[in-house]
Design a binder for this molecule. Structure first.
Ligand code: NAP
Ligand code: MG
Length: 489
C-alpha cells in the first residue's frame, strides 16, 4: 500500500468489545484538512452510548476478568499492544496525517514511535506498583505497623485533543491501565481515526472486552455525558484551558479526581552567548512544528536586545525556506491547520497583531491552495500584545526584546500560562536561576523536543492541574489506601 492510501478502522463506537452504531444513528464527518475531502462518517456517541460504555468499563473493573489479572498480566497486554502499535506505525501515521493534516514523516518518525514507547514504559510499571511501610512506636501497649497500597480509581474518563491525538491517547490509556483501571475514551471530533484504530489493536492484543471503550462524538454531548457520569472515578483531560476549566468545575461538584493538561504560551529565552546556528532552526521547530498546533510551542521568543537584529534576520530567512504543503510529500515541513475555525482564528490573531502595531517580518498569509495552510509567521512586538498573551495554536511567533535577566524573567512569567520554557545559553548560573524561577511545568535547556514517557509532564497556572507521564502520571491514576495493623501486647 502506498503511504497515502488509507485502510480505515471501523467508524463506529467501541463498547464492551463490540463495534456499534450510535443509539440514535447520528454521525459526524471525518475530514482531511489538507484537501477538504471527507474520510467517512463516524458514529457520534449519545449520552446513552456513553452510559453503556461506563457500565461496561465498571463491570470489568468490579469483578470482571480484567480485575482479576495480576500486574504482570496487565504488563504483558500493554507490551503486546506496544508491539502491535510498532508493527502498525505506517498505517497509524497515515491515518494521523490524513485526519490532522500534519506531515506524515513527523507522525511516522516521532509521534507514533512515542505511542509504542509509552505503552512499553507503563507495561514495565504494571507489576511494580508498591506502597510504603511505617514502623511505629507502640501505643497504649499495642504494637503498631502501617502500610499503604496504591489502588486503581475505577473507570477513568479520558478526553483528548486533536493536535497530537495518538500520542495523548497513549498518555491517558497506558498509566490508567497499568494500575488496573478501566477506561472510556472520548477522542477529539476532528481526529478520531487513530483512536479507533487503537481500539482494533486493543482487541487484537487480548484486553478483556470493556476494559477500554471508545466513544467518538461531540464534546458537548459525549464529552459532557462522560464528565457527568457518576460511574467515572477520574477525568483525565488534555485540551484547551476554557474546556479544562469547565471540566474542573463539573468534576468538583461530584468530587471526581482530575488531571487537566491545558494550553500554553511558552517563552524561549535567547542570550548572546548562544550559538545561533543551532538556536535558529531549533527555535523555529518549536514554533512551527505541527503548524504551531503544539501546546508546548515556544511562541514567545525573548531575545537579548544586542542580538535581536541578527536573530530576527536569521529566523525570517529560515522561516521563508520552510516547505509548507502536502503532508505526504517527502520534503514537507509544515502541513495544514486542522479546520476552517482554526484557520479563521489564526488569521484573526495575525490581523490583531498588525492592528496592535507589531512588526510583521515574515509570513502572515494563507496559502492559495485547498486546505488550511498558513505561512510560517514571525512578528516583533511586546509581551502585552494579544498575540503574545493568548494561545494562537498556529504557526505564529512573536520576538520580544529584553535588556537584562531580571527583565527576561519578568516577561517570561508575565503570562496566564505556565507550561514550558526554553533557555538558550551556556551560562550555568543563568540556567540555575531561570530553571528555579520560571513558572513552568517543563524547562528545556538548549533543546526543544518531544517528551519522554519516563519524564513527568505538567503545567502550572492556566496550563493545568496534575501530571501525565512518568511515575507521577502512574500515581495520578491511583488512590492511596492506608492499612493500620495493631496487635495487643
Ligand atoms: P478542546 O477544544 O478543549 O477539546 C479537547 C477535547 O474536549 C475534545 O475531545 C473536545 O471534543 C472535548 N470537549 C469539548 N467540550 C467538552 C465538554 N463540554 N465536556 C467534555 N469534553 C468536551 O481542545 P482542542 O482544540 O481539541 O486542543 C487544543 C488545545 O489542547 C490547546 O489549548 C492545547 O494547548 C491543548 N493541549 C494541551 C496539551 C498539554 O499537554 N498541556 C497537549 C496537547 C494539547 P470536540 O472535539 O468534539 O470538541
Ligand atoms: Mg480530521
Amino acid at each position: 500500500m502506498s503511504k497515502n492510501e488509507l485502510a480505515l478502522p471501523p467508524l463506529r463506537l467501541f463498547i464492551d468489545g463490540e463495534w456499534r452504531g450510535s443509539s440514535d444513528g447520528g454521525t459526524f464527518e471525518a475530514v482531511n484538512p489538507a484537501t477538504g475531502t471527507s474520510l467517512g462518517n463516524i458514529s457520534a456517541a449519545t449520552a446513552d452510548d456513553v452510559h453503556a460504555a461506563v457500565v461496561s468499563a465498571s463491570r470489568q473493573f468490579n469483578g470482571g476478568e480484567w480485575s482479576r489479572l495480576t500486574g504482570a498480566d496487565r504488563g504483558k497486554l500493554l507490551w503486546r499492544l506496544a508491539d502491535l502499535v510498532q508493527k502498525d506505525v505506517a498505517n497509524l501515521a497515515r491515518l494521523e496525517a490524513m485526519d490532522v493534516g500534519r506531515p506524515y514523516g513527523e507522525a511516522f518518525h516521532v509521534e507514533i514511535p512515542l505511542v509504542a514507547d509509552t505503552f512499553r514504559y507503563y507495561a514495565g510499571w504494571a507489576d511494580k506498583i508498591t506502597g510504603r511501610t511505617f514502623s511505629l512506636p507502640p501505643f497504649n501497649g499495642a504494637d503498631r505497623f502501617s502500610y499503604t497500597l496504591r489502588k486503581p480509581l475505577g473507570v477513568v474518563g479520558a478526553i483528548t485533543p486533536w493536535n497530537a491525538p495518538t500520542m495523548i491517547t497513549s498518555w491517558k490509556l497506558a498509566p490508567a491501565l497499568a494500575v488496573g483501571n478501566t477506561v472510556v475514551l472520548k477522542p477529539a471530533e476532528a481526529a478520531s481515526l487513530t483512536a479507533l484504530r487503537l481500539g482494533e489493536l486493543i482487541a487484537e492484543a487480548g484486553f478483556p472486552p470493556g476494559t477500554v471503550n471508545i466513544v467518538p462524538g461531540i464534546g458537548s454531548v459525549a464529552g459532557e455525558a462522560l464528565i457527568n457520569s457518576p460511574g467515572v472515578g477520574k477525568v483525565s483531560f488534555t485540551g484547551s484551558t476554557a474546556v479544562g476549566k469547565h471540566i474542573g468545575s463539573v468534576a468538583a461538584a461530584s468530587l471526581k479526581k482530575v488531571t487537566l493538561e491545558l494550553g500554553g504560551k511558552s517563552p524561549q529565552i535567547i542570550w548572546p552567548d548562544a550559538d545561533l546556528d543551532i538556536v535558529v532552526p531549533a527555535a523555529a521547530i518549536s514554533i512551527f512544528a505541527n503548524q504551531g498546533q503544539t501546546c508546548a510551542a515556544g511562541s514567545r521568543i525573548l531575545v537579548h536586545r544586542t542580538i535581536i537584529d541578527e536573530f530576527s534576520t536569521r529566523l525570517k530567512a529560515h522561516a521563508e525556506q520552510l516547505v509548507v504543503g502536502d503532508p505526504f510529500a517527502e520534503d514537507t515541513q509544515m502541513g495544514s491547520l486542522i479546520n476552517q475555525k482554526q484557520l479563521d482564528s489564526v488569521l484573526g490573531y495575525i490581523a490583531a497583531g498588525i492592528a496592535e502595531g507589531a512588526e510583521l517580518i515574515t509570513g502572515g498569509a494563507r496559502l492559495k491552495r485547498p486546505g488550511y495552510f498558513v505561512e510560517p509567521t514571525v512578528f516583533i512586538g511586546t509581551n502585552s500584545y494579544r498575540i503574545a498573551q493568548e494561545e494562537i495554536f498556529g504557526p505564529v511567533g512573536v520576538v520580544i526584546p529584553f535588556d537584562n535577566d531580571d527583565e527576561a524573567l519578568r516577561i517570561a512569567n508575565e503570562s496566564q500560562y505556565g507550561l514550558t520554557a526554553v533557555l538558550w545559553t551556556n551560562d550555568s548560573k543563568r540556567i540555575n536561576r531561570f530553571s528555579n524561577d520560571l513558572q513552568a511545568g517543563t524547562v528545556w535547556v538548549n533543546a526543544w523536543g518531544p517528551p519522554h514517557p519516563a519524564v513527568p509532564w505538567s503545567g502550572t497556572k492556566a496550563s493545568g492541574i496534575g501530571e501525565d507521564l512518568g511515575l507521577e502520571g502512574l500515581h495520578a491514576n491511583t488512590v492511596v489506601r492506608t492499612i493500620n495493623l495493631v496487635s495487643s501486647a
